[in-house]
Design a binder for this molecule. Structure first.
Ligand SMILES: Nc1ncnc2c1ncn2[C@@H]1O[C@H](COP(=O)(O)OP(=O)(O)OP(=O)(O)O)[C@@H](O)[C@H]1O
Ligand SMILES: [Mg+2]
Length: 273
C-alpha cells in the first residue's frame, strides 16, 4: 500500500463560474423496459481552464457517459453540467472530441480530413488552411498531407483525428481512449506529442484512458472512478511540471507514487496497463 494522506480528495467541490468544465452532483440513469442502469451518481468535478484531467476507472463505470454529458450529447438525470460557466443545454459544437478509432473518411487525404472540420463550421478558408499547416507540423505529419487513410499507420490516423479535433481551437478537448488501439511504442510517442500540443495550445483536456501510466504522465489531476454506478473515488494531484520528458518522468517519485496509489485504488483486477 502507498501513503494516501498526501492526496486530496475533492468529490464534492462546488462549481465556480470560472471553471472550463463543471459538473455538480450529476447523476445519469438509463431506463429501458428490460433494465434500469445508474451509470453515474453524485459526480462533482471542476476543471480549470488549461487544465489536463485524466479519468480512469473500470469498464462500464460511466467514463464515456461523463464525456457525453460535457459534449451535450446526453442530459443528466439530475445535477448540472457547465462549460465555460454556461449550463450545457444541447449538443456543443465548439468543443473537440477524439474517439478510440480515428473515424476518417477513406476518400479524403489527411489534409482534407482535417479540413472537414472547417467545412462543417464554415471557417474562413485561408484561416483554416493556415491552421491546418500549423497542426500538421505540430503533430509530425508533414510529408503525409496528401496520403489517404489506408496509406497511414494507426498512429498517423489518430494524429489526423487529433488535428481535426483541434482545428477550430476548441476551448475544451474531450478524448475517449484515443490511443487504445495503438501499439505500446506508438502510444508513448502520441503521449509525448499530446503533452507538447497541450502545452502549446493550453486547451483544457479531459482524457479517458485505461492506462494508469498514460493518465499520470499526461494529467495535472487524475480522477479515479468506482465501479458502476460510477462515482468519483478520489482525485489525485500529480504534481509534476507541465513539460515532461517521457523516460525521465516515469522514473520520478511523483510519477511512481501517483501511479501506485491509483493502481491500489483500482485494484489489480480492473487495471489494464
Ligand atoms: N445509451 C445507453 N443506454 C443504456 N445504457 C447505457 C447507455 N450508454 C451507456 N449505458 C450504460 O451505462 C454504463 C456506463 O457506460 P459507459 O459507456 O459510460 O462506460 P465506460 O466507463 O465508458 O466503459 P468502458 O471503459 O468499457 O468504455 C454501462 O453500464 C452501460 O451499459
Ligand atoms: Mg467508454
Amino acid at each position: 500500500m502507498t501513503m494516501a494522506k498526501q492526496y486530496t480528495t475533492r468529490t464534492k467541490a462546488s462549481v465556480p463560474a470560472a471553471a472550463a468544465v463543471g459538473l455538480s452532483d450529476v447523476a445519469v440513469r438509463f431506463r429501458s423496459r428490460k433494465r434500469d442502469v445508474t451509470a453515474l451518481r453524485e459526480v462533482s468535478l471542476d476543471v480549470a481552464p488549461g487544465e489536463f484531467v485524466a479519468i480512469v476507472g473500470p469498464s462500464g463505470c460511466g467514463k464515456s457517459t461523463l464525456l457525453k454529458l460535457v459534449a451535450g450529447l446526453l442530459k443528466p438525470s439530475s445535477g448540472k453540467v457547465r462549460l465555460g460557466g454556461e449550463q450545457v443545454d444541447g449538443v456543443r459544437h465548439d468543443i473537440g472530441y477524439v474517439f478510440q478509432r480515428a473515424a476518417l473518411l477513406e476518400w479524403r487525404s489527411a489534409r482534407r480530413n482535417i479540413l472537414l472540420q472547417a467545412e462543417i463550421r464554415k471557417m474562413p478558408p485561408a484561416q483554416a488552411r493556415g491552421r491546418t499547416d500549423e497542426l500538421i507540423r505540430m503533430t509530425g505529419l508533414a510529408g503525409f498531407e496528401d496520403a489517404y487513410p489506408h496509406e497511414l499507420s494507426g498512429g498517423m490516423q489518430q494524429r489526423v483525428a487529433l488535428c481535426r479535433a483541434l482545428l477550430h481551437e476548441p476551448p475544451v478537448l474531450l478524448m475517449d481512449e484515443p490511443f487504445g488501439a495503438l501499439d505500446a511504442l506508438t502510444r508513448e510517442q502520441m503521449n509525448m506529442e499530446l503533452n507538447r500540443i497541450w502545452r502549446e495550445t493550453r486547451t483544457t483536456v479531459l482524457l479517458v484512458t485505461h492506462s494508469i501510466s498514460e493518465a499520470v504522465y499526461l494529467a495535472d489531476r487524475v480522477v479515479v472512478m468506482s465501479p458502476r454506478p460510477g462515482t468519483i473515488s478520489e482525485i489525485i494531484e500529480v504534481g509534476l511540471d507541465a513539460e515532461r520528458e517521457y523516460g525521465e518522468t516515469l522514473g520520478r517519485p511523483e510519477f511512481r507514487d501517483a501511479a501506485a496509489h491509483i493502481r491500489d485504488l483500482l485494484g489489480a483486477a480492473s487495471a489494464h496497463d
